[in-house]
Design a protein around this ligand. Sequence first.
Ligand code: ADP
Length: 385
Amino acid sequence: MTQTSGDRPVLVLNAGSSSLKYQLVVPESGEVRAGGVVERIGESGSDIADHSAALTAMTDRLRADGVDLDDVALRAVGHRVVHGGPDFSEPVVIDDAVLDRIRQLSALAPLHNPAAVIGIEAARQHYHVPHVAVFDTAWFSALPAEASTYAVPRDLATKHSIRRYGFHGTSHQFVAQATADLLGRPLGELRQVILHLGNGCSASAVRGGRAVETSMGLTPLQGLVMGTRSGDVDPGLHAYLAREAGMSLDEIDTLLNKKSGVLGLSGVNDFRELVQRVDAGDVDARLAFDVFVHRLKHYVGAYLAILGGADVLAFTAGIGQHSARVRAAVAEGLGELGIAVDAARNEDGGSHARVISPDGSRVVVAVVPTNEELAIARQSADLVG
Ligand code: ADP
């Protein structure tokens, strides 16, 4: 059987420090041929020593699922890379120079880029097809200067590439388009507020298909309250903790990235577990939920002001797609701003894109599933032809 490019899948890889998520996707149809995750890479007692071993394990699992990577006429491998720094505003075919640059950008994303580099190196040895890097920051590289600039001295910012980069860009871009498709309106006409609420959480304001604000910053720590990340704190907290608690900068960084957020407030980071504890009357869980929602409202209000009003408020990712309670709590009391949800529509647990506001609402509130793997597969295929 001859295969047209329309049949040929892209292998999408998302390498974390101890995990490798993979999906084999046909970009045109969106068909997912296979997918999964190899976990516990390099951990003691694990069979998977490193990322190369993880790719071998992935290849074996795919074969067990009836997919032989040697036979599928792989078109490209698309890699999710968290930080593209000031260099990458679009997806790029990976060569040695690109890989070196991604490695250098580890200074800006020490928790993320090193794993991507190791994953790319291993995958280039395993699969002799074009490899593409798709950056989480790319879509936000066009933020207006007044949104991307921190009020710190210009020369220092230039020297050290300090700006708001924003993250989850692949998801926000995908959801912006998918929301326009759901409404049957041109992307160019819409003012959108998008809330990506997963383990990491971020908000964006999008005007006419272009991002004009986002809540994450130089690093993915800024903005909303997340599973283990604090989001916004007073920048003075660092100096205060160093002086008063004797903590080092690395300790403070770990505290705010890994031990804070919903976990730091309640003791659990999984949102489903948090909601169970709220229902059981746990006061710490209640406060964590309220802080999470309060911060969301703060950003929704800010982005309505930035956009001069919105046509759409879209919820996506694990919490955004599945927690009717969070969506209802965010919308509560915002009727004056044109935002409301219809209880029955909100609680219809479907997994499809759908409108949850009452008919005739000034702002359409919608649940719009994200699909970062498909977006990466499409961007990779577009680039390699
Ligand atoms: P990631 O950012 O790792 O891609 P997801 O987008 O899958 O994560 O989101 C994970 C979060 O979504 C977790 O906090 C999980 O508890 C939450 N979540 C998933 N399903 C539900 C649900 N039915 N109700 C509330 N939260 C949920």
